[in-house]
Structures are given as C-alpha cells and as structure tokens.
Write a protein that binds this ligand. Structure first.
Ligand SMILES: Cc1ncc(COP(=O)(O)O)c(C=O)c1O
Length: 274
C-alpha cells in the first residue's frame, strides 16, 4: 500500500507523522472522504473546495489543491481497487503540546483503503447528545470527531449503522457521517445547513438532482415520516428501514427508490459534477 505524505508517494508501512502533530494531539485538522470507483475519485472538485473551506474555517494555511489533486491521482494509480475510500487529511502540523498551533507548517496525507458497496437499506438510531449549530467548528469537516466515535458506537450496540443527532434547539440535524432526508406527505425534505449539519456533497447533489426542500424539522419527525434515507459519500442514497424501535417497510419506499435511481444515473453520467 502506498500513501502520499508531504509531497511524495511512500510505503504506508514506513510513512511517519510526528507524535507532536497538532492533528494527533488536539484534533487540529480537516479531512475529506471520497468515493473512488475503479481508480476515479467521484466529485473530486467539490471535495477539494470543501477541504479548502474547512481549512479556512479552522485557520489552517490555504491547502495547495494542485498538490492535493496530484496526491489523490498518485495514490489511486498506485493502489488499484474496484471501490476505495480515498481519504485526505490536512493538519496543523508539528506544534507545542497545547492548543496554540506551531510554525512548522501543515501535514498532508492522502491514503486509500478498499471498501465494499453498502447495502440498499440500513438501521439508524437517535442519540441523546446534540450537534451545536453555533460552534466554532460548525459546518467544518474537522478531524475532531470524538463525538461521532461515541455516537456511532452507541448505534452499533443497537445493531444500527448510523446515529442521528438533533441540534441544541431540538431540530433534526444529521448523522455521525451522513445527512438525513425524510418523506412527508409524499414530499422530500432535508434539514437546512443552519441546523448545523455538514454541507454534505451527496446531500447537495441529491437536493439538486432529486429535488428536496430544505426544512426545519423536529427530531421526532422520525417517528412519523413515511420514508427516511441517509446520504453520504460511501452510502450514496441509502434507505433507513428501522429507526430506533420503529420498523418501516422492508424495502426502500417509492420516493427513496426514485432518489436512488436518479443518484445512480446522474453520478454515472458525470463523475465530477460541479
Ligand atoms: C458529519 C457528517 N455529516 C454528513 C456527511 C456526509 O457528507 P458527504 O455526502 O459529503 O460525504 C459527512 C461525511 O462523511 C459527515 O462527516
């Protein structure tokens, strides 16, 4: 396995980042997860734009997106696989052991791991913890993912693959690594970005391609929604057929199935949708 670290391709085994890297010590970093199908990165331009937005939000130096792109291509070429999780990590670099960032400059890693296509349906749970729609990191894809680690473990304990958060006002927000859509009276809705959710790339494409309204919704809409689905880079559009104790239909409902078809068709037609 080869990875990209600080400007060149290296053996994953031998590649090392400092134990004083601010990404490691305090979670001072940003990242992207990208779907790679047969060596091609889906929606790479959108992912690079979001990486830069997240970096700016965290006050990191502007990433050199040409270099990041070179790193992605090099890693994908060096590690052929049918379906991959391509991961870009960009951190504050070597720093003192506190929250002040050092002067050494950022660390950039690009790596890939093989993955398999997700099932069409899954189970999700709600968790009692909140997303903060007014936090310093709201809307940024940072490596400070401890809350998601805890929430996802709670979901796994209950046989589910995703945990869903409300924000501090009790509004439906997002999952640990996905956005949420619900069908109400036959119409598709998803929480607005003001709910504090990440601006998911799959979310944006689904809104554009399948047409969904951005609507403030209470968390308990999940108790009555006719259909529920998740979107994310590796899930695409994935139906939720069980939410907490509530069993929905066994198969994706009609609106979800249509959104899945549209997503498959449009993403196959344009691998880098702008
Ligand atoms: C917190 C969070 N919300 C939503 C998403 C979905 O975003 P995308 O569709 O860009 O993968 C992710 C990404 O994995 C995420 O980490």
């Amino acid at each position: 396995m080869k990875i990209w670290l600080d400007g060149e391709l290296r053996d994953a085994e031998g590649a090392r980042v400092s134990v004083f890297d601010h990404g490691l010590t305090v979670g001072d970093g940003v990242f992207e997860t990208i779907k790679a199908e047969r060596g091609r990165a889906f929606a790479l331009t959108r992912h690079l734009e979001r990486l830069a937005t997240s970096a700016r939000g965290l006050g990191l130096p502007e990433p050199d997106l040409d270099e990041v792109r070179r790193g992605c291509t090099a890693v994908l070429d060096a590690n052929p696989m049918p379906l991959g999780r391509l991961r870009i990590t960009y951190t504050g670099g070597v720093s003192p052991l506190g929250s002040d960032r050092g002067e050494a400059g950022p660390t950039l890693v690009v790596a890939v791991s093989a993955t398999s296509r997700r099932p069409d349906t899954t189970a999700a749970v709600t968790v009692p913890w909140t997303r903060n729609e007014r936090g310093a990191l709201t809307g940024l894809k940072t490596t400070s993912y401890g809350e998601n680690v805890v929430a996802l473990a709670r979901a796994r304990e209950q046989g589910a693959s995703e945990a869903l958060f409300a924000n501090t006002t009790g509004a439906l927000c997002e999952g640990t690594g996905s956005n949420i859509f619900v069908v109400l009276d036959g119409e598709l809705h998803t929480p607005p970005l003001a709910s504090g959710c990440l601006a998911g790339i799959t979310r944006a494409l689904t809104v554009a391609w399948a047409g969904a309204k951005e609507t403030d919704l209470p968390l308990d809409v999940l108790e009555s929604a006719e259909e529920i689905f998740l979107t994310s880079t590796l899930r695409d559009v994935q139906a939720v057929t069980r939410i907490d104790g509530r069993q929905l239909a066994d198969e994706p409902g009609p609106v979800t199935a249509e959104a899945m078809r549209i997503f498959d068709r449009e993403s196959a037609a344009d691998f880098d949708p702008r």
